[in-house]
Design a protein around this ligand. Structure first.
Ligand code: GDP
Ligand code: MG
Length: 173
């Protein structure tokens, strides 16, 4: 057992969730140090990455989960694992990452997460490509409507990552 990377009960736990290909892993790599631990969920071949973020001297665990389309109707093994991990993992915070290009479709899962009562941040990623398609989103208005923090990001350039880090700090420490 690698104690450096194992999750202790005292560490805060933050889960990155969302559909496949929305940029979860890029965000994970941006926010965590280079000691990510990749492990299989027990009894499956599904991989979970766990990394460490240091916030004001406190260790916060960030867990990158397999992509899912719905929490209520899990079909694939990946979806079942992500659902189980969220249900049993006592998240202190859930970060829902969505592709800004497909905001309407992807907000459905945001509502599922809200309904389940998670402490939630919504990340509108890939706003660079959305912009090219003429899609612009008023994050402040969306935040007011949903009642949760919303941040627009371009994870591949780092845009919005500081704000996301600041929001995580505010919500878990
Ligand atoms: N244009 C653009 N591409 C992105 C952005 N974030 C991620 N990507 C790309 O989207 C793809 C999927 O990213 P990944 O982090 O693997 O998604 P995951 O499946 O949610 O973990 C990769 O090719 C990334 O380079 C973004 O903000 N803008
Ligand atoms: Mg990934």
């Amino acid at each position: 057992m690698n104690t450096k990377n194992s999750i202790t009960t005292n560490d805060k736990k933050v889960y990155l969730v969302g559909s496949p290909n929305v940029g979860k892993s890029v965000i994970f790599n941006y926010l965590t140090d280079s000691y990510a631990l990749v492990s299989n969920y027990p009894g499956t071949t599904v991989e979970l990455s766990t990394g460490k973020i240091l916030i004001e001297g406190q260790v916060v665990r960030l867990i990158d989960t397999p992509g899912i389309y719905s929490l209520y109707f899990p079909i694939s093994e990946e979806e079942k694992v992500t659902r189980k991990v969220l249900m049993t993992g006592n998240p202190d915070l859930v970060i829902h990452v969505i592709d800004a290009k497909n905001i309407e479709k992807m907000l459905v899962m945001t509502f599922e997460l809200l309904e389940l009562g998670y402490n939630l941040i919504l990340v509108l990623n890939i706003i660079d490509e959305a912009k090219k398609l003429g899609i612009s989103i008023n994050t402040e208005l969306l935040s007011n409507i949903l009642g949760i923090p919303v941040v627009g990001t371009v994870s591949i350039t780092g845009q919005g990552m500081r704000e996301l880090f600041f929001l995580i700090s505010k919500m878990v420490i």
